[in-house]
Design a protein around this ligand. Structure first.
Ligand SMILES: NC(=O)CC[C@H](N)C(=O)O
Length: 377
């Protein structure tokens, strides 16, 4: 292995972890969180919802299958930094196009390996997610601590409009499968308008594969702009940051709810639907980030293993009378799904598109299609 440059991770509380650099040189700041997924590091890094977060992966061997262009969830790495235990010397996979380390360097992302990620995770669990700084190459620990403390945290930060697309586009590509590549669905039955608050590609693919043409709009688009496209359904995407300051989105959703057009939201979209309906959101201690979270469907009583990535949640005690809870986390009892009782609108806090993660909740996409079909007749 070529000589590796040193790197440090310094937390706002002054804790220092010394390791080696596996990405670009320089420094980065963000909220430090941990994700327990065993696979999917590429999808995690390129998920726009990780903007301004430094991701620690608790699974020790990361990078062992390299990266490839097909598995990106967006057009770049959005995570502010990566923290891992061990980058294997040899990576191998028939789909590999690039080493993880080269991927990080090519996108100027700072990352650290060879630290005790179990110790770091225990600390984040006990104290909660906190600001941190990774410095790689020329290291000044006092300066890294200063930078960590200068990061204000995600509460109050509106990042959806920062990561969103600049102009509308149409999405028609379906899901990837072995030996076939990406599906190209034909003869779309429905037109879905999706707000891009930081949308992941696999969401678009799963909607497209169910017979939909999707028009993706920038986060700050108005209800009028959406209605002008005459959609059969409206989708509210995942995305980074605090949902509460996204007043433009909350206003547009409130107006669109009046139209009676079926609406489905995922993660940030779920939180925004709740806010638009009068509920409140709150910051969690260390959030949910992983691919193994049990969630119960309160109607069928079925328990599903789900993919999760959120640091805020809807406060169940603030739900208005015209909203009911549909799903609950079996890890901590937090709210995982809601539905409006007076409108065709529902949402899920976790990630039914998986990516990475299990597909147990994909039936929610089918529910959205059924709603659109019922509204059409
Ligand atoms: N994945 C997401 O959409 C995350 C939603 C929101 N930014 C949160 O952290 O709770």
């Amino acid at each position: 292995m070529p000589h590796q440059k040193p790197a440090v991770l310094v937390l706002a509380d002054g804790t220092v972890f010394r390791g080696v650099s596996i990405g670009a040189e320089g420094s980065t700041v963000g909220e430090v969180v941990f994700n327990t997924a065993l696979t999917g590091y590429q999808e995690i890094l390129t998920d726009p919802s990780y903007c301004k977060q430094i991701v620690t992966l608790t699974y020790p061997h990361i990078g062992n299958v390299g990266v490839n262009a097909e598995d990106d969830e967006s057009n770049k790495i959005f995570a502010s930094g990566l923290v891992i235990r061990d980058l294997p010397i040899a990576s191998s996979n028939f789909r590999k196009e690039q080493e993880l380390s080269d991927f990080l360097k090519s996108q100027n992302v700072v990352a650290i390996a060879d630290i005790d990620t179990r110790k770091l995770t225990r600390l984040l669990r006990e104290k909660g997610a906190q600001s941190g700084c990774i410095m790689a190459g020329d290291i000044n620990e006092a300066e890294a601590l200063k930078q960590a403390n200068a990061f204000p945290g995600l509460a109050g930060m509106d990042l959806a409009k920062v990561v969103s697309c600049d102009k509308p586009y149409v999405w028609e590509q379906g899901e990837w499968s072995l030996g076939k590549g990406f599906n190209q669905p034909v003869n779309a039955e429905f037109h879905v308008v999706a707000f891009d608050y930081g949308i992941k590609r696999n969401i678009l693919r799963m909607i497209a594969d169910r017979g939909c043409k999707v028009t993706v709009l920038p986060a700050q688009s108005t209800a009028k702009e959406v209605l002008a496209l005459k959609p059969d359904g409206i989708f509210l995407s995942n995305g980074p940051g605090d949902p509460e300051p996204c007043d433009y989105a909350i206003k547009a959703i409130q107006e669109l709810l009046e139209s009676g057009i079926p609406m489905f939201g995922i993660c940030l979209g779920h939180q925004l639907l709740a806010l638009a309906s009068g509920a409140k959101t709150m910051k969690m201690k260390f959030g949910h980030h992983g691919a193994n979270h049990p969630v119960q469907d309160l109607e069928s009583k079925r328990v599903m293993i789900t993919s999760q990535n959120h640091g805020f949640s809807v406060d169940a005690s603030t739900m208005p009378a015209n909203m009911c809870s549909t799903h609950v986390s079996l890890f901590d009892g937090s709210l995982q799904g809601i539905a409006r009782t007076d409108k065709p609108a529902f949402s899920f806090q976790g990630h039914p598109e998986a990516s990475p993660g299990p597909r147990d909740v994909s039936y929610l996409f089918d529910r959205f299609i059924t709603m659109m079909r019922q509204a059409k007749v």
